[in-house]
Design a protein around this ligand. Structure first.
Ligand code: NI
Length: 160
C-alpha cells in the first residue's frame, strides 16, 4: 500500500466524469488499498478516485463504522433532507453548509464485484452523496449555501 497525492480544487481531474469499473484487476485492488490508506492518513471520512487523479468509479468511506468500498455506486432513491457542515480533502481547511438527502438507497459493487443494495442515513448518506458527486466531477462547493468558512483540525470537521 502507498499514500497517494490528494488533488486540490483547481486540478481539472476533479471536474471530469469517471468511467465504470468492469472487472477487478490487481491495479484496481491496489488503488482501493491506497485510497483507504490515503483517506485514513488524511483523517477523512471519504475519498473518491478522482481525488487521487484516477477517473474510475470507486469511492472509500469510513464514518467510524469501518471501511466501506463502493464500486460503480448509483443512488436509486433518496428522501428527507439534512443541512450541515461539509468539507472535502480536496479543499483542506474549508467547509460550508450543504443540504443533502437524509436517507438514500444505493446499488454498488463490492471489492468482490458482487452487486449489492444498501440504505444509509444521516452522515453516511451525506458522505455517499458527496463521493458520488466526485465521480461526476462535482465538488460540494457547487452546492454550498452561504459562504465557505475556515476550519482547523481541532474542529474535527469531517472532510471527504
Ligand atoms: Ni470531497
Amino acid at each position: 500500500m502507498a499514500l497517494r497525492t490528494i488533488r486540490i480544487q483547481g486540478d481539472p481531474v476533479l471536474n471530469k466524469a469517471c468511467r465504470e469499473i468492469k472487472e477487478m484487476t490487481p491495479k484496481i485492488s491496489t488503488l482501493i488499498s491506497d485510497m483507504l490508506e490515503t483517506m485514513y492518513d488524511a483523517n477523512g471520512v471519504g475519498l473518491a478516485a478522482p481525488q487521487v487523479g484516477i477517473l474510475k468509479r470507486v469511492v472509500t468511506i469510513d464514518i467510524g463504522d469501518g471501511p466501506l468500498v463502493l464500486i460503480n455506486p448509483v443512488i436509486l432513491s433518496s428522501d428527507g433532507t439534512q443541512t450541515g457542515g461539509e468539507g472535502c480533502l480536496s479543499l483542506p481547511g474549508k467547509a460550508g453548509q450543504v443540504t443533502r438527502p437524509n436517507h438514500v438507497v444505493i446499488r454498488a459493487f463490492g471489492e468482490d464485484m458482487e452487486e449489492f443494495e444498501m440504505e444509509a442515513d444521516e452522515l453516511l448518506a451525506r458522505a455517499i452523496c458527496h463521493e458520488v458527486d466526485h465521480l461526476e466531477g462535482h465538488m460540494y462547493t457547487e452546492f454550498v449555501e452561504g459562504d465557505l468558512y475556515d476550519v482547523s483540525y481541532d474542529d474535527e470537521e469531517e472532510e471527504a
